[in-house]
Design a protein around this ligand. Structure first.
Ligand SMILES: Cc1cc2nc3c(=O)[nH]c(=O)nc-3n(C[C@H](O)[C@H](O)[C@H](O)COP(=O)(O)OP(=O)(O)OC[C@H]3O[C@@H](n4cnc5c(N)ncnc54)[C@H](O)[C@@H]3O)c2cc1C
Length: 480
């Protein structure tokens, strides 16, 4: 029998031992198609759907814009590193069931020694593992189904869907936005890119045709991990020269054994006062995200990579089909430029949220930091409740917002960690599922009809009448 077969059998057996899924306890609501819709069929969406089912919440649908697993999420598209940044020992979608974990899958296929030999998980292995996980837990993802509009509908949410080019609507009680690193925002292009034609530039969060960069000069603004990954892929694809520009004096590299997150601090971050949350996030943002050393070494192995420090861009313009960049260290010309400038999470930039965006409380609406700690980008994050739900800027104006749960990178300002990332699933998914279950339960309880007259009850007295003590008849005298 094949190794794959053994892994499948072990996973199925673990699920059998967990016992059957509980029956769906959520009362059907007239006019509602799904109690919960999850936008995004990546690792978060699938794990959440599975966890909801295990919690007895059964009418759940997973909506995914991509055509299939090969293009959903980032792992086979916009993530360009060879290995994951997450250490191999951090648990992920298995939710405490080791037979569903990456290690079980990998050891089952390649053996224990192979597992011990790998430093980090290969990105493509992680993508293959997620395909396997989805199959084992039996979550169906509706591909080619894009949510284009979220309409509040009298306490419910009407989703306008584009299903392979056709429009229709479905009504749900709860919506989870498991939309990954794009969050409710997207790739951030600094103003210096304004006016450049689309064929001459891209963001690292976009699909990039690297083969077309063969023999070309490429300029990259930003020197964090995604920028360095893009530089490496461009060079591996035969770019003539790649120039990476940073406003910092050097690269920010992870210390060996450093940057180990404290799970207690991460799991409880959302319970801290706003002042402490803001300060921590502000400190993180000002330090910059660190790159693994192997990411740096992959790029600098090429003799035609050039790093420019203290070199922000002041302007960029098209000239003779190329891009001329005015950087702090001089003027440069490139055939193509790439922004490795991260993401911004302002819900007002998401077309599907246009009806509700104005009503969403952002951090800047709720918290005023000290002058030295001000930040436009941190202030634009949504201010979420403890169950990842959106909150209203003005109470009473958009009550449906509390039924939209943000389980993606835009939750980071409220939850202190990149939500949707592998390590966020262990505590994040159960917390989200508990919040959804609680909301559904209490809403059902409130609208429950008055109880119908009780049906006559069968008496079982005759079955135990012979055991009832009878004073004066039973031999045993009462004590005292
Ligand atoms: C370069 C790069 C490297 C990374 N490396 C790591 C790492 O090492 N470790 C780690 O833990 N994380 C890493 N991440 C973060 C990574 O994005 C997440 O861990 C992971 O992809 C999150 O999974 P997810 O299911 O939350 O979101 P995703 O996998 O991004 O899935 C979201 C899905 O939502 C779909 N979607 C979006 N909008 C709609 C809509 N309106 N309608 C329908 N579908 C929609 C998208 O098509 C997408 O498939 C990296 C990210 C990037 C970009």
């Amino acid at each position: 029998m094949s190794e794959q077969h053994h892994v499948d059998v072990a996973a199925r057996e673990s699920l059998r031992l967990l016992g059957a899924d509980p029956a769906n306890w959520v009362a059907p609501t007239p006019g509602v198609d799904h109690d919960v819709a999850i936008v995004g069929g990546g690792q978060s969406g699938v794990t959440i759907a599975y966890a909801l089912r295990r919690a007895g919440i059964g009418r759940v649908t997973v909506l995914e814009a991509a055509a299939g697993p090969a293009t959903a999420g980032v792992w086979r598209t916009r993530a360009r590193m060879t290995t994951l940044r997450t250490p191999k020992t951090r648990s992920g979608p298995e939710l405490g069931n080791p037979a569903l974990g990456f290690q079980a899958w990998y050891e089952g296929l390649h053996g224990r020694e192979a597992w011990e030999a790998i430093g980090r998980i290969a990105r493509t292995d992680w993508a293959d593992y997620l395909d396997w996980y989805r199959e084992q837990v039996g979550v169906a993802v509706r591909y080619r189904t894009k949510v284009v509009d979220v309409e509040p509908a009298g306490g419910l949410l009407r989703l306008h869907l584009d299903v392979a080019g056709r429009r229709h609507t479905e009504v749900v009680r709860k919506l989870v936005l498991a939309t990954g690193v794009e969050g409710i925002g997207g790739p951030y292009l600094p103003p210096v890119f304004d006016g450049l034609p689309g064929r001459l530039h891209a963001h690292t969060g976009h699909d990039i045709d690297f083969a077309a960069l063969r023999g070309k000069d490429v300029g990259i603004l930003g020197a964090a991990t995604s920028a360095l990954d893009a530089a490496a892929v461009a060079l591996e694809s035969g770019a003539r020269e790649v120039h990476v520009f940073s406003y910092r004096p050097e690269l920010v590299i992870q210390q060996p054994g450093g940057n180990v997150p404290n799970p207690g601090a991460q799991d409880n971050f959302h319970l801290l006062p706003d002042e402490a949350r803001w300060r921590q996030r502000w400190n993180q943002a000002s330090k910059g995200s660190t790159s693994p050393l192997d990411t740096v070494l992959r790029a600098v192995a090429f003799p035609n990579l050039r790093l420019h420090f203290n070199a922000p861009w002041a302007a960029a313009r098209e000239a003779d089909g190329r891009v001329v960049v005015e950087a702090a260290d001089g003027t440069h010309a490139f055939d193509f430029v790439i922004a490795g400038t991260g993401y911004r999470y302002d819900p007002r930039t998401r077309p599907e949220l246009r009806r509700v965006a104005e009503h969403i409380a952002l951090w800047r609406d709720v918290y005023e930091p000290a002058a030295a700690l001000r930040s436009e980008s941190l202030g634009a994050y949504p201010y979420l409740g403890k169950g990842y739900e959106l909150t209203e800027r003005v109470p009473g104006t958009a009550p449906e917002l509390r039924h939209i749960h943000v389980f993606n990178a835009a939750a980071a300002q409220s939850f202190g960690r990149p939500v949707g990332d592998i390590p966020s699933l262990r505590t994040g998914v159960p917390r989200l599922v508990e919040a959804i279950g609680r909301d559904l339960f209490f809403a059902d309880r409130e609208r429950a009809k008055p109880a119908a007259p009780a049906a006559p009850q069968e008496s079982f007295f005759e079955r135990y009448a012979h055991a009832v003590w009878r004073p004066g008849v039973d031999a045993t005298a009462p004590i005292g």
